[in-house]
Design a protein around this ligand. Structure first.
Ligand code: NDP
Length: 281
């Protein structure tokens, strides 16, 4: 199956489907990512916070895949927002990944209540790292509309991506629309709400109608909306299932019905980015 690529605002392109490794234990990461490559995935989403970049790097090295066949994203940890820390931490990530550049480097959380609310100099550093060739593209994650407005106003440069929580119970429309207004594409994290939407009767009914799994229906809803997804699974069968979402389509009615599952703020599963202030040890 061919995975479509989407054009980013810096002239590069990103595979619309990838593989997320949040909560994949460090000791299992190499084997899990190798299975994901086997299933056809070529886009891996990791983060300094996940503590499994080394396993991702080992899988890349063992896969025998050419560097330009793989798209690798990592994210700046919350304790490293100061420019000198951000620079050092990307060097460490590159070392762990065994790469001389990543494809995409994201500020993981804006942390508006930390660092005197200064995520702008962090963003400026991301742009410097891009200009230095250590990351091909620079983006953000969990940025709210006002955070996006501010970095654009103060640096004149929009991120290529805003990676935010999006799934049928939490479509996150405001952050999504603000990202699009700033010419950034949306990456939808926890696209199946960490499994929470899989028993939803509306989704299971649609899945039965079209003879697909509920996870496939939810993931297809995302890609038809134009977002990028990277479901996580340590189970090879589910990896394959989640990969097979480009050979069917949801009707307009089915899309509208799924969008109607929105539970507003109650649907959110992760922290609210305006309040998130955790700096891991
Ligand atoms: P997902 O929505 O991808 O759900 C993962 C869970 O669903 C796991 O428990 C998995 O179990 C299960 N699952 C996966 N596929 C299926 C299937 N086909 N059928 C049944 N169950 C399934 O959650 P994540 O939170 O992992 O989000 C995906 C990625 O998004 C992360 O890995 C990470 O890369 C990124 N992310 C980014 C964040 C950010 O702040 N920027 C925050 C959270 C996530 P099993 O493994 O046993 O199959």
């Amino acid at each position: 199956m061919t995975i479509p690529t989407l054009d980013l605002n810096d002239g590069t392109a990103i595979p619309q489907l990838g593989f997320g490794v949040f909560q994949v234990p460090a000791e299992d990461t190499k084997a899990t990512v190798l299975q994901a490559f086997e299933a056809g995935y070529r886009h891996i989403d990791t983060a300094q916070m996940y503590q499994n970049e080394k396993g991702v790097g080992q899988a890349i090295a063992e896969s025998g895949l050419a560097r330009d066949e793989i798209y690798v994203t990592t994210k700046l940890n919350n304790g490293f927002h100061k420019p000198e820390d951000a620079r050092r931490s990307l060097d460490e990530s590159l070392e762990l990944l065994g790469l001389d550049r990543v494809d995409l480097f994201l500020i993981h959380w804006p942390l508006p209540t930390r660092y005197d609310g200064d995520y702008v100099s962090t963003w400026q550093t991301m742009l410097e790292l891009r200009d230095a060739g250590k990351t091909t593209s620079a983006g953000v994650s969990n940025f709210q509309p006002d955070h996006l407005d501010r970095i654009l106003k103060e640096t004149g440069q929009a991120p290529v991506i805003n990676q935010i929580e999006v799934h049928p119970y939490f479509p996150n429309d405001q952050a999504r629309q603000a990202s699009h207004r700033h010419s950034a594409l949306v990456e939808a994290w926890s696209p199946i709400a960490q499994g929470a939407v899989l028993d939803d009767s509306t989704l299971t009914t649609i899945a039965e109608e079209i003879d697909r799994s509920t996870a496939q229906v939810a993931l297809r809803w995302h890609v038809q909306r134009g977002d990028i997804v990277f479901p996580k699974s340590v189970n090879p069968k589910r990896m394959q299932q989640n990969f097979a979402i480009f050979d069917f389509e949801l009707s307009e009615d089915q899309m509208t019905t799924i969008t109607g599952l929105d539970r507003g703020e109650d649907g959110r599963r992760g922290p609210n980015p305006d309040e998130m202030d955790v700096i891991p040890d």
